[in-house]
Design a protein around this ligand. Structure first.
Ligand code: NOJ
Length: 560
């Protein structure tokens, strides 16, 4: 297996709006990020992934870009961004930028032109269609509720928007559009960035004809995902992008890919195919959803997590490469989700970190995860800011007849604003995030949960993450070793081994608040050499054939 820097790196995701505000306007900014770079360096971070900082009307907090080559005023200036890049490089870290090219903002100059007339040179930068029998061109639903089509009176046609109506989809069938995107990418790379995280990049090729999706229950709109995820020309487009741009730089690339499976991911990440290096897949993030999608709550069955993770670990081994994550700006906080954010917050956050960081792949830490930040419960829907939450609430409660309490309950568990409350830096007002009025309220638990406290406490989640990251740098087996699941049917313990050049690693994690006994299966041999890390003080032991695990306990042994 080839060794590369991006396989050996740990990435930290910054969602700039909520990270750190330097000028008191209540919105995080680039200078605020610069202030915290030493904190990230101390943690051991190699690469920073910066969520969009481009010019945007903020319908979807920067994922609706109106100018790909300018910085959002609220975040600062291009000079600030250049300083950020210098400061990151100066500390020996790297920067990857978000690339959002499935869609732009409707306020992008291309779309303003495109709207003007059917024969405008930019018309075909977007996906326009006439209506069908007085209705939308097809029955696809937007990810953010309602139809995926918006009518435009001026030319009497509809444009496609898989996300909000202020996020029109770009038309990748048009070679001129593709060339513009590649030029823009080269422009950023030539400024010295170290790669891209690519937003819903497996949505860019749509099935020609844009057919209606099957609709057995006669819904008004239904998901059209199967007609645009991993579409017919996706690999061709990515290979072209690789040839035109990516392949000419020593960079990191990771494509966000809802609905990707292992077989498809092998194609995307097999380096000999010249596409991408990693994908963000969602299988493990969907295990606590019922058949009706993300708002349909269902408890996690640990065996499902084992099945899914193991399939990806072994499936991509030796072919592609996994990205490892439990949090990002779209997901609820993992300690509230798969852990216990009350009595065992610290233990369960450390356990989840252990589980993830000992796997094969490149780990991603999302801001605040390293201090165990938790989900939020605002009393009123008015305190929420996320377009997905607000549109869903509107559709289900305001326009529909849904029970507001039930809908609020699903927002508490799954809403994206759980991840977007400002980072809690200290116990001063607003958690030290801003001296002004924060754009989204700070979680009231900032007095106990904050970075200052975590850095000062040697037993904190922060220092535990620091150690996890340090271990990865010290032991090649953590990066490159094979993965083997043990105890596949246990519903509380997730245990696995890694093997590499005659060495072994045993990772044992308890996903429950009960005490449970771990027993090494008879057909597995493991002789302990060293205990690498654990989230409880456990006395020295040389025999791991059986032992009791405390609530949410995690242990890692190296041996042979
Ligand atoms: C995925 C991003 O992570 C999410 O935040 C955004 O809303 C959609 N793509 C649309 O860009």
């Amino acid at each position: 297996m080839d060794k590369t820097w991006w396989k050996e790196s740990v990435v930290y995701q910054i969602y700039p709006r909520s990270f750190n505000d330097s000028n008191g306007d209540g919105i995080g900014d680039i200078k605020g990020i610069i202030e915290k770079l030493d904190y990230l360096k101390e943690l051991g971070i190699d690469v920073i992934w910066l969520s969009p900082v481009y010019q945007s009307p903020n319908d979807d907090n920067g994922y609706d870009i109106s100018d790909y080559q300018a910085i959002m005023d609220e975040f600062g200036t291009m000079a600030d961004w250049e300083e950020l890049l210098d400061e990151i490089h100066h500390r020996g870290m790297k920067l990857i930028m978000d690339l959002v090219v499935n869609h732009s903002s409707d306020e992008h100059a291309w779309f303003r032109e495109s709207k003007k007339s059917k024969d405008n040179p930019y018309r075909d930068y977007y996906i326009w269609r006439p209506g069908k029998n007085g209705n939308e061109p097809n029955n696809w639903q937007s990810t953010f509720s309602g139809s995926a089509w918006e009518y435009d009176e001026n030319t009497d046609e509809y444009f496609l928007h898989i996300f909000s109506k202020k996020q029109p989809d770009l038309n990748w069938e048009n070679p001129r559009l593709r060339e513009e995107v590649y030029q823009m990418m080269r422009w950023w790379l030539d400024k010295g960035i170290d790669g891209f995280r690519m937003d819903v990049i497996n949505f860019i090729s749509k099935v020609p004809g844009l057919p209606d999706a099957p609709n057995p229950n006669g819904e008004k709109y239904v998901s059209g995902t199967k007609y645009f995820k991993n579409g017919p020309r996706i690999h061709e487009f990515l290979q072209e992008m690789n040839q035109e741009v990516l392949g000419n730089y020593d960079i990191m690339t990771v494509g966000e890919m809802p609905g990707v499976d292992v077989e498809e991911a092998k194609k995307y990440t097999d380096l000999t195919r010249d596409e991408l290096q990693m994908v963000f897949q969602f299988e493990h993030m969907d295990l606590d959803s019922g058949p009706n999608g993300k708002w349909d709550l269902k408890p996690l069955d640990l065996r499902d997590l084992k099945n899914s993770i193991s399939k990806w670990q072994t499936g991509l081994h030796g072919v592609g490469w996994n990205s490892l994550y439990l949090n990002n700006h779209d997901q609820p906080r993992i300690v509230s989700r798969f852990g216990n954010d009350a009595a065992y917050r610290v233990e369960s956050a450390k356990m989840l970190g252990t589980f993830l960081h000992m796997l094969q792949g490149t780990p991603y830490v999302y801001q605040g995860e390293e201090i165990g930040m938790t989900n939020i419960k605002f009393d009123s829907i008015d305190a929420y800011k996320d377009i997905e939450i607000l549109n869903m609430y509107n559709e289900k409660v305001v326009e529909g007849n849904g029970d507001p309490n039930k809908v609020m309950e699903s927002i508490y568990v799954k809403g994206r604003d759980n991840a977007r409350t400002p980072v809690q830096w200290d116990d001063s007002e607003n958690g030290g995030f801003t001296t002004g009025e924060p754009w989204l309220q700070v979680n009231p638990n900032y007095k106990e949960i904050n970075a200052k406290q975590a850095v000062a406490d040697p037993n904190s989640i922060y220092h535990y993450y620091r150690q996890l990251i340090e271990l990865r740098k010290k032991h090649e087996i953590i990066v490159y070793g094979d993965y083997h699941l043990i105890l596949p049917d246990h519903d509380k313990i997730y245990a696995y081994m890694r093997t590499y050049e005659g060495e072994k690693l045993l990772v044992v994690t308890n996903f429950s608040e009960e005490q449970v006994e771990f027993m090494l299966p008879h057909d597995v041999s493991f002789e302990v050499k060293e205990r690498l890390i654990g989230n409880y003080d456990s006395s020295e032991m040389n025999d791991v054939t059986s032992f009791m695990l405390k609530p949410y306990e995690a242990r890692v042994y190296k041996g042979e």
